[in-house]
Design a protein around this ligand. Sequence first.
Ligand code: CAA
Ligand code: NAD
Length: 311
Amino acid sequence: MPTTQTIHTIAIIGAGQMGGGIAQVAAASGFKTLVCDASSSALGRCRDGHTKRLAREVEKGRMKDTDMQAALGRLHYVENLEMLKGADIVIEAIVEDAKVKRELFQKLASMFPTQILASNTSSISITEICASVGPQGHPERVIGMHFFNPVPVMKLVEVIRGLQTSNDTVQRVTNLATQLGKTPIPANDRAGFVSNRVLMPLINEAFYAWMEGVAEPQHIDEIMKLGCNFPMGPLRLADFIGLDTCVHIMNVLAEGLGSDRYRPCPLLRQLVAAGRMGDKTGKGVYDYSPQPAPVQPGHGGMTSSKAAVGV
Ligand code: CAA
Ligand code: NAD
């Protein structure tokens, strides 16, 4: 089934940091953009973020005011999947949970019978996501379109084909990534693809280094920044990505690559269990609250807004 229609309207499901970023880039690149999330507060935060970040583009002289207004006018926020009808492509950016993604793709297969269905998954098998639409659901139009965080800044889109994905789908998604100002690079469908096969074990190892007392979190991050030219240290980057997402990705690597060396560090899992997901909850490895709470006896230092949270 060739999916030949020109792309005018992009639907994005998931209005978190990734869906929000993809939506901003899509609207700024001239596409009508529909953003859907199960949570109305996530949609509200997403809309506020767009207003703020596009205004910043104008302030910095990277965008004209009229273009900002036009981009904001192309953005539509909806709570219901039904309201995405009419889109020419769907990009899924919901939680990194294979079961939840498969259920969503099953629904999308009948709602969007001919359109490309792309997943922004960090690690989950694209072949399995293709299979979830069923043989009658045209798995050849399902693909991995992996953006990087923060989407407006990062240039890469990792393009992952499942065993069932057609050349036509790969070509059209590659063209779309280029239209969005990104550099598409292909990777094969193995757990974590290339990016997270390499990055996430490094982040996980930084948690082990912290847990084993090799150094304090700030020092681990400074060592990697100053010694390896990382823009952010690995623990700061984990907070930025989301600690829950890091755990999900490590679990996919452990299962998909069949080795215990990919198991998420117990300390990383513990932080997630305590609700400390990183930037998105205001606390992870570090504390981002405007006025950190006073130090609790026996719970380490929280003395500045980016001090590591004691564990
Ligand atoms: N959304 C949009 N723009 C953002 C942003 C965000 N969340 N965060 C920062 N920026 C922009 C800022 O607006 C700023 O631009 P202007 O000041 O010109 O407006 C620019 O980025 C630089 O920001 P800062 O000066 O505040 O800070 P910085 O120089 O440290 O850069 C950074 C910030 C670009 C995030 C940089 O630290 C960096 O590159 N960090 C590493 C990011 C990275 O590794 N991303 C990949 C994560 S892994 C992944 O995405 C895959 C996965 O599946 C998990
Ligand atoms: P996030 O937690 O910031 O946002 C996820 C959003 O999805 C939330 O707003 C949630 O309400 C919504 N959601 C969850 N289930 C839903 C459903 N069934 N229907 C509609 N909305 C639903 O997560 P994120 O960081 O934006 O990650 C999203 C996806 O992108 C994940 O697959 C993740 O692995 C991938 N990814 C993340 C990063 C990163 O650095 N965070 C980078 C690249 C790819």
